[in-house]
Write a protein that binds this ligand. Structure first.
Ligand code: 4H6
Length: 223
């Protein structure tokens, strides 16, 4: 999977991908990350990427030319998709993550300030995706969430032990509570059932905890 991220702050994206499991995936060649800075495509001497909105109003709007030229500079593979991260997008869900993991290339546009000149959407026609109903200062965090969530679906990113098969959402239920050593901490004991080695009982306990938790916290997921 190749990710191309159009961002005014490439270090934000590169830094996150340099740690832990994502770094391992990049080093193993499962994931390839490329950043493109629209500022490098500006044509004026001040390297201007934004300007005031026509019609008035607060803030600055990202100009079309640097973004469209940066986008067109990215080598497009046959099986690619282009995404814009914005509060107006389709909410990101595990199903959408699974769909995205089928592509060979994901190109992402990260907005800032008051957002994009509408002609960037008209010309590039990206799929617009949102992390949820809240506003961020920029699209880099959502882009990183897409990179992270998609990468862990790819063969060779997670080990057998971390396998994405067992995830919450793989089957639409929340996770069961987990415990490690010690057996007692500040008077709180690990449930007895987890200590007796009876795996049938353990599985039943965990499944009922998952149901209980989902019913209490996310009844919407049970349908
Ligand atoms: C595109 C358009 C995504 C991107 C506007 C991005 C939240 C999400 C952005 C903006 C984002 C999300 C710039 C509008 C800052 C508000 C970047 N915020 N904004 N929910 N911000 O996925 O002002």
């Amino acid at each position: 999977m190749r990710f191309d991220v159009l961002t005014l702050f490439p270090e934000m994206v590169e830094n996150y991908c340099n740690f832990s499991i994502l770094k391992r995936a990049v080093d193993a060649g499962v994931v390839e990350l490329n950043t493109v800075n629209p500022r490098d495509f500006t044509l004026d001497k001040h390297k201007k990427v934004d300007d005031t909105p026509y019609g008035g109003g607060a803030g600055m709007v990202l100009m079309p030319q640097p973004y469209v030229d940066a986008y067109e500079s990215v080598q497009q593979l046959e099986n690619s998709v282009t995404i814009m991260l914005s509060p107006q997008g389709e909410p990101l869900k595990e199903n959408l993550v699974n769909d995205l993991a089928q592509y060979d290339q994901i190109i992402m546009l990260c907005g800032h300030y008051e957002g994009f000149d509408e002609r960037i959407r008209d010309i590039i026609n990206p799929r617009e995706i949102s992390l949820g109903d809240f506003v961020l200062t920029g699209g880099e965090l959502p882009a990183l969430c897409v990179i992270d969530a998609v990468s862990r679906k790819l063969e060779g990113t997670l080990g057998k032990i971390e396998s994405a098969q067992d995830d919450s959402f793989a089957d639409g239920l929340l996770e069961y509570p987990q415990y490690t050593k010690p057996r007692e901490y500040r008077g709180l004991k690990v449930p007895e059932v987890l200590l007796n080695g009876n795996h049938k009982e353990i599985n039943e306990y965990r499944y009922s905890e998952r149901l209980k938790r989902t019913r209490e916290r996310r009844p919407d997921l049970l349908h």
